[in-house]
Design a protein around this ligand. Sequence first.
Ligand code: SF4
Ligand code: SF4
Length: 369
Amino acid sequence: MIKVFTKTAAYDYKTLKPIIFEMIDAMGEGLVPEQSRVLIKPNLLLPANPETAILTHPHVVRAVAEYVLSKGARPLIADSPATGSFEKIMQEGGYYQALKDLDVDFKAFKKSVKIDIGQPFGRIEIAEEAVEADVVINLPKLKTHTGMFLTLGVKNLFGCIVGLRKTKWHLRSGVDRDMFARLLVQIYRAVNPAITIVDGILALEGQGPGKSGIPRHLGILVGGRDACAVDMAICSVLGVDADELPTHKAAKILGLAGDAVYISGDFNIVQNFKLPDTAPLTMGPKPLQRFMRKHLLQRPEVDDLLCKLCGECRKYCPAKAISQEAETIDFDYDGCIRCYCCIEICPHGALRATETAGGRVLRKLSILK
Ligand code: SF4
Ligand code: SF4
């Protein structure tokens, strides 16, 4: 059975560093060979400070970078943010400060190379650095995700799709959540990280993974060589059924995940972790689905008091379903594919996924799929 490691931890660097070193050593020998080019891939979604629990904490990134350097390897820290400049993310997230005395490079992914991730997607563009690295170390943040339930080890690798190419994939998957999950798993399989460590010390619950989520202290790191197994172990920690995680279901279909993992380390099952309500993306008989999607399906809504009309959601929306009026933003719920990218990237936490009253009633009556 695949082994996953859990450790209680805090961000105090003196105690955190030995915990991370021990965790990686426990995963096996020679994972980071001397002179190897190592890509460290944290979650650098958007400019945010560590207290918001949106990004992988800079001390976790630093400890892993130090581990890589201690092995005589060459670390590069990189990601492709959804919004905001990489410079601002490094500054606001505290990474420049945390890494200033280390010999590490950092950059935003810019160039892609095409690789075959398997059918039905075929050859897709993935960040050059992720493809060419000798070793990839995956450092996700433990967060809820309004569209995909949780964002953990497997989903973090979607950041290896550069810039707005991500929106193309959202659009291509449309309202098919299972298809999008399959894409995420196949990207994970192609990038093939040697190590995954999920930062769950300060996690995000509620309507994550952006500023609409709520930080929650869990005090835990979860790591292993297999991100599918790590994600499963986190489901156990949170007391949720892994089959609720679309990427886990897809990984099982692809033969990359089983029904159980061996968890080495202590953890207490987290009580009352606030999970997002991931309502169905399609409903009713086929001829009526479009009508029902427009009028009854859960959908993004704006809080006009919080919205600063910055236009980021409109720019990012893969379906071009957001328009900006003089004093508010407006949604075309017919065109909206419910990817919830807008909620993820809103810099002001002004968007929420809201189920319509009619949709809630029908779902409770099990009329909807
Ligand atoms: S909802 Fe958020 S991202 Fe969209 S315009 Fe308002 S503040 Fe900007
Ligand atoms: S409006 Fe939001 S949820 Fe709908 S397609 Fe655009 S980004 Fe996705």
